[in-house]
Design a protein around this ligand. Sequence first.
Ligand code: IVH
Length: 673
Amino acid sequence: MVPDSLRRRAEDLRRQIHYHNYRYYVLDRPEIPDEEYDRLFRELVELEEHYPELRSPDSPTQRVGAPPLEAFEPAPHAVPMLSLENATDEAELREFDARVRRFLGADGPLVYSCEPKFDGLAVELTYRDGVLVRGATRGDGTVGEDVTVNLRTVRTVPLGLLGNDVPSLMDVRGEVVMPVEAFRRLNREQEAAGLAPFANPRNAAAGSVRQLDSSITARRPLEFFAYGVGRLEGAEVRTHWELLERLEGWGFRVSEHRQRTRGIDGVVEFCRRTEARRDEFPYEIDGCVIKVDNLGLQDRLGTKARAPRWAIAYKFAPRQAVTRVKGIEASVGRTGAVTPVAVLEPVSVGGVTVSRATLHNPDEVARKDIRIGDWVVVQRAGDVIPEVVRALPERRTGDERPFVMPERCPVCGARIERPEGEAIPRCTGLSCPAQLKARIRHFASRRAMDIDGLGTKLVEQLVDRGLVRDVADLFRLSEADLVPLERVAEKSARNLVEAIDRARKRDLARFVYALGIRHVGEATARALAERFGSLERLMDATEEDLLAVPDVGPEVASSVRAFFGEPANRESIRRMLEAGVRPMPPARPKAEQQAPLTGKTFVFTGTLESMTREEAKARVEALGGKVTSSVSRRTDYVVVGADPGSKAEKARTLGVNVLSEPEFLELLPSKFR
Ligand code: IVH
């Protein structure tokens, strides 16, 4: 039984945390310092750990942690999620207004509610008595997919509604988007980890929401904007404008760029202004949505087959252009990935000149049937590398040639292989200069070792002249090596040698990131550095050690193991250390890691007297330690209860600390005993 006072305390904490989440994530105006927030959060976590029955589905601690799914369940929509008719210019907006007024028999101007059209993934969130009970994708409008566990990880999706006047039942509709900055960062991480980048923020958002493993969604920077409702029971609203305000009050993010205006002139003006300022939005918008404001009038107008009569989407001119493919090159990246790249007649796309565009992979080229000599549509979305959308076969002359992926690397001549089940072919050359150049550029890049002055042209020369055959060779370069190179004056040679010298003491996280291990982006590198504290420990980490790091899944773990298991990589690192490279351990452990058992690994064997295994595990974890099932050299303590198994024996053989139950309790702060 949970004492009443604690139950009330948990409720109170939940309410406070929901409110502060809202201030922080939705309004971007926190009221309390982060430490204060962390304190509230930790208190709730501890309470729920001691009394798991306090863990309600709307608890802010419950955003992550659902096991991966096999497949999504179908999620029927009580009220269909319709689409919108489009207007592409002012005349079509005016026709819409005329149509609506004719239908209503209205003489005077109508009031419209205008907002941006978010370019993301449409979803529906169902709340019963203020608690989120389901999150679904739009699907075909009638049945979507149940992505509740994923949407729960999005910070701007309220798990519980704020205020005392929450509706008894509500389906909130809106869009999940990935802000452009966050999208660029994610793509840098993807590329650094040797993974294919997302084509645009919309794909990234959609791909993140439709993950079977919600821990992946949780790491993706997503936001939810509300713009409407399906069912709404137990709340009175008369206009769309009022609805948006109520949604905001219940804790949702609603576009601040909305406007209510009487008559179509104001609508036209809103659309024009929004389009002109399109690039100032932190997320992608692809138009404006105009809605008849009065909900009574909306009802009278009703819907047609797939779209309501009371709304219209004004679509912006696309950031696309038509040009010709002069050739298709196979470009070799740092991990050997060979990507087909279209070389284009330069063309301006939304103000930026584009002369190359990615074709992603050979399957994509075949699927889109893009040939050398074709006229094609190219587009820019977010800030991605421009891409070829489609060919214009009607403009073919017959001289076009299909692209054939070369069998050998165009740079080093090694075989190009495509592992079973993978979309991306790779150059197998161990010393492929193209890979080496890309690896060095990554190693030296600003977010990695930050070696100022080591630009593309210089890297080309260093590799082509055989001065650098391996990243470690950078640390052996002297001014005398550099001065003979093109466009290198004495002063810049000196500066570069100094910059390389400074890089010797970069912190471990940067160093790990710089190594360019597949699947290890900046965030993962930081997590690894924090967990292991030294390069040696990371290099010797077992799969199990790696899996214990937050955010490290089987794919990352095996990639890290494979990297450090490769003799050439170990040799390269050895040579760097020999040349005086000293990656610095993380300067200041994070607050949570200063917990008394941080970094300590426990194994339990036998039956404990004063608590169950589960409780013991919860306490160790609450104090920053971890519990594993098997004993290894890296185990810090083996706690032995009654009738222990072979683990106690193994611990003694390996020289691991063996503790009795009372000795274990001694290690814990008094309130945890
Ligand atoms: S209202 C009855 N408002 O556009 C339709 N939709 O083509 C109600 N969208 O799938 C939709 N921003 O995902 C509405 N501010 C906004 C929107 C918006 C984006 C999307 C929505 C829908 C599509 C319709």
